[in-house]
Design a protein around this ligand. Structure first.
Ligand SMILES: CCCCCCCCCCCCCCC(=O)SCCNC(=O)CCNC(=O)[C@H](O)C(C)(C)COP(=O)(O)OP(=O)(O)OC[C@H]1O[C@@H](n2cnc3c(N)ncnc32)[C@H](O)[C@@H]1OP(=O)(O)O
Ligand SMILES: CCCCCCCC/C=C\CCCCCCCC(=O)OC[C@@H](O)COP(=O)(O)O
Length: 292
């Protein structure tokens, strides 16, 4: 008799449990379908967090697709084209309009060193917009361990340096000077050496300029306008917006020696700062005083 009750009760119990499970599932659905978009629209910080998480997550996912394609060729700078092709659409996902000026300054057949300002990981969008052929960035070694993105970077010939070991970094860059000439490779360096959200340019590290002087190749400065109108890490702001990328005329290094590097670095920084200030003053309603 008691076993009959148990038998009768268990379908009831499982129905109740099922209903409870369903309601938990429904709750989750409500959270996902209603609360998430509400929170996304209501909270600027939540929107910022979601957009940054998607940015990184999407790059890691795209890298999964890129790895087998790149692996066919092995470690090769030509693979940079694969990464570039895969990343180009991201600006549309984020509603970021990129205007490029000075394309003609890239019309140099020989290798060169590109130096550009470094505001955020979003610089990747501007970089991919104009990346010349056979051009690889110099990146901090930590990026090599960033999961699938690290492997994709390695396969594309990204040059990794250990910023904690100056001598190692210098010897990698010295080797890069030889590779540039031997294998007709261009190199992209962020001479500030770190991301800089200050709305100006940090003092430049000199590695990029030593590299150009050693290889006796031109330095081509690239300036990306301030992201302030649409992106600010401190304020957790990330909206749609516009960025201008200016490719400045190349600075020649033929005949220069390592003694000339400090002056060369200062001159190039001066050109970039002037362009950055000019671009900032072009922003609607903003005066040139906003940049120092
Ligand atoms: C499908 C999707 C896939 C995913 C795709 C993802 C793609 C991502 C790619 C984008 C990557 C972007 C990554 C950006 C970064 O990681 S930025 C950070 C790393 N970059 C740099 O740091 C470059 C700039 N740094 C330098 O140039 C430094 O000088 C460095 C060489 C690193 C050394 O730095 P540090 O230890 O701080 O020393 P100093 O700068 O103070 O230099 C000490 C003295 O050495 C002289 N020096 C420097 N370099 C050289 C050289 N090459 N040869 C000779 N001498 C050199 C320097 O002048 C100093 O001496 P003086 O003070 O001038 O006497
Ligand atoms: C299994 C491991 C998973 C690791 C996940 C890591 C998450 C990283 C995800 C995606 C990588 C996106 C690649 C963006 C490349 C942007 C490069 C960049 O901007 O690096 C910053 C560097 O210039 C300076 O660093 P610091 O400002 O000194 O700091």
């Amino acid at each position: 008799m008691s076993s009959n009750v148990v038998k009768a009760a268990s379908p009831l119990a499982s129905a109740v449990t099922g209903a409870m499970e369903l309601s938990v599932a429904q709750w989750l659905l409500v959270v996902c379908l209603v609360a998430f978009p509400l929170l996304y629209e209501w909270s600027v910080s939540f929107k910022y967090f979601c957009k940054m998480a998607f940015y990184n997550g999407w790059i890691l996912t795209l890298a999964i697709l890129a790895i087998p394609i790149c692996a066919v060729r092995g470690r090769n700078v030509e693979n940079m084209k694969v990464l570039q092709f895969m990343l180009l659409h991201i600006k549309y996902l984020y509603g970021i309009k990129i205007e490029v000026r000075g394309w003609e300054n890239f019309n140099i057949k020989e290798p060169y060193v590109v130096v550009s300002n470094h505001q955020s990981s979003l610089d990747l969008l501007g970089m991919m917009e104009i990346l010349p052929s056979r051009c690889v960035p110099i990146a901090k070694r930590e990026l090599m361990y960033a999961g699938t993105a690290g492997l994709a970077c390695w396969l594309a010939g990204v040059i990794f340096i250990n910023r904690k070991k100056t001598d190692d970094a210098i010897s990698v860059m010295t080797e890069a000077a030889e590779t540039m000439l031997k294998e007709d490779v261009r190199v992209w360096v962020f001479p500030e050496g770190t991301r800089n959200h200050s709305g100006s340019l940090l003092p430049f590290k000199r590695g990029a300029f030593h590299l150009a002087v050693k290889a006796q190749v031109p330095v081509i400065p690239v300036v990306m306008s301030s992201y302030k109108d649409f992106y600010c890490k401190k304020e957790r702001k990330f909206t749609t917006g516009k960025c201008t990328v200016r490719i400045l005329p190349g600075v020649h290094t033929k005949g220069l020696s390592s003694d000339d590097v400090p002056e060369l670095a200062d001159r190039v920084r001066g050109m970039m700062l002037e362009a950055f200030s000019q671009m900032s003053s072009e922003r609607p309603g903003k005066g040139p005083g906003g940049v120092h």
